[in-house]
Design a protein around this ligand. Structure first.
Ligand SMILES: Cc1cc2nc3c(=O)[nH]c(=O)nc-3n(C[C@H](O)[C@H](O)[C@H](O)COP(=O)(O)OP(=O)(O)OC[C@H]3O[C@@H](n4cnc5c(N)ncnc54)[C@H](O)[C@@H]3O)c2cc1C
Length: 383
């Protein structure tokens, strides 16, 4: 593996940085304060080609890799995690359609995401099934040419603004294995019986929409089932192998953005007649943070490279996901500490990284679950 970015990748990084630094500041405070989705920013992101670069050219995308998508995410989260997530998560679920969808599904659902005409989501989590994905209880019962879907979903990113959502449903309750009972069905959100309520009061990433969803006898054509009936659990696990790499990029980007604030602060603030940067304790903090960020980046870049080369390594992805999330939380905490009381004030933009970073240890597999995946890959199934 070559660790040097090529010219195209460097151009992508520069363009993403320029866009985030130039555009995000006009949206990030109001989106954080009022928990509003920055729709105009998302549209601009689509127009400039940042959204869904991993989608193949025949479906309107740039046909790049998940690595390039991650580079964009890193730059976006470096400036503002909330806006970064709002813009790029508009395609959340397209990865699964691209992996397992039929030709018709790909043609129908992927191009509008690139054109800025549609937003997507993926609804797995339920009030009683979070980490235990196989415990999902929403049912989809075939009735003629339609599935009738009933159930409740929780914490769904884009839930109240999406145009369509991949819903994990039980279609094969009789299957012996609880991992063979589910299927993924695309549900258009304007169908009768689909109801979403935005969840307010999140700690961080407040520009991103999160909702609970009720599905009351929502009737969906049977052609909306993605992939193989009964294979939904496995399909979502493969989807997470892709999207968890993206979460690593979010984490490294947030950590990098926070670190840069600390570097600026220690080189400008004096106490006891000396710059904070002259105290060895702060030098060590900067060195440790930079080292962890570099380690996280190297790890997830390898995971992304393997993914883009058709040899996904779910163990490495799980390792990188918990490790990078923990780095972001660690760095945001240290950076706030280095800022002292000023870090506690909104004005310095440091408390926001502190609030935003925490989600990285929770969504798309809490860090404990990632460690279980790693341990299982090393030890085999012990219980
Ligand atoms: C802002 C936000 C956005 C989200 N977006 C989406 C989305 O778009 N789509 C979607 O489907 N979901 C989404 N989620 C849900 C998210 O993936 C879940 O919150 C997460 O998987 C954890 O599930 P839970 O909250 O039910 O916690 P629980 O599963 O109840 O876990 C609670 C704690 O117990 C630990 N735990 C659980 N089981 C074990 C075990 N066997 N061994 C050791 N520890 C364990 C967990 O690690 C965690 O620390 C989102 C959540 C948030 C907060």
């Amino acid at each position: 593996m070559n660790f040097e970015l090529n010219d195209e990748q460097r151009d992508i990084v520069n363009a993403a940085r320029e866009f985030a630094e130039g555009e995000f500041p006009s949206y990030m405070e109001e989106s954080d304060e009022n928990e509003t989705f920055p729709r105009a920013l998302w549209k601009k992101g689509c127009e400039l080609g940042f959204v869904g670069v991993f989608i193949k050219e025949e479906y309107g995308g740039a046909g790049l890799g998940y690595f390039e998508d991650s580079l964009i995410s890193e730059e976006f989260w470096r400036v503002d995690p909330g806006c970064g997530l709002a813009v790029l998560a508009a395609t959340f679920g397209s990865q699964l359609i691209q992996l397992f969808g039929s030709e018709e599904q790909k043609k129908k659902y992927l191009p509008p995401l690139i054109e800025g005409k549609a937003i997507m989501g993926s609804a797995i989590t339920e009030p009683d099934a979070g980490s235990d994905v196989a415990g999902v209880a929403t049912t989809a019962v075939l009735d003629g040419d339609f599935y009738a879907i009933n159930g409740n979903k929780m914490f769904i990113t884009n839930g109240s603004i999406a145009d369509y959502v991949n819903v994990l449903c039980v279609t094969h309750p009789e299957a012996e294995s609880r991992h063979r009972r589910h299927s993924v069905i695309v549900v258009e959100t304007d169908r009768e019986g689909f109801e979403a309520n935005k969840l307010k009061g999140k700690l961080g990433i407040r520009a991103s929409d999160t909702a609970e969803i009720a599905l009351n006898n929502v009737r969906v054509p049977k052609e909306n089932l993605v992939g193989i009936p009964g294979n939904g659990f496995k399909e979502f696990m493969e989807f997470f192998n892709v999207t968890r790499v993206h979460v690593c990029a979010q984490a490294v980007g947030a950590a990098q953005g926070a670190l840069e604030k600390a570097i600026f602060h220690v080189k400008s603030r004096k106490q006891f007649g000396s710059l904070l940067a002259k105290f060895q304790v702060n030098q060590f903090k900067i060195a440790e943070m930079a080292t962890r960020i570099e380690a996280g980046r190297t790890m997830y870049w390898r995971a992304a490279w393997l993914l883009d080369n058709g040899i996904p390594d779910h163990r490495l992805v799980a390792m990188a996901k918990w490790f990078c999330g923990e780095i972001a939380v660690y760095v945001a905490n240290e950076v706030l500490q280095i800022h002292g009381g000023y870090g506690y004030l909104r004005e310095y933009g440091v408390e926001k990284f502190y609030r935003d970073a925490k989600i990285l240890e929770i969504y798309e597999g809490a860090k404990e679950i990632e460690k279980l995946v790693v341990a299982r890959a090393i030890l085999g199934k012990m219980n």
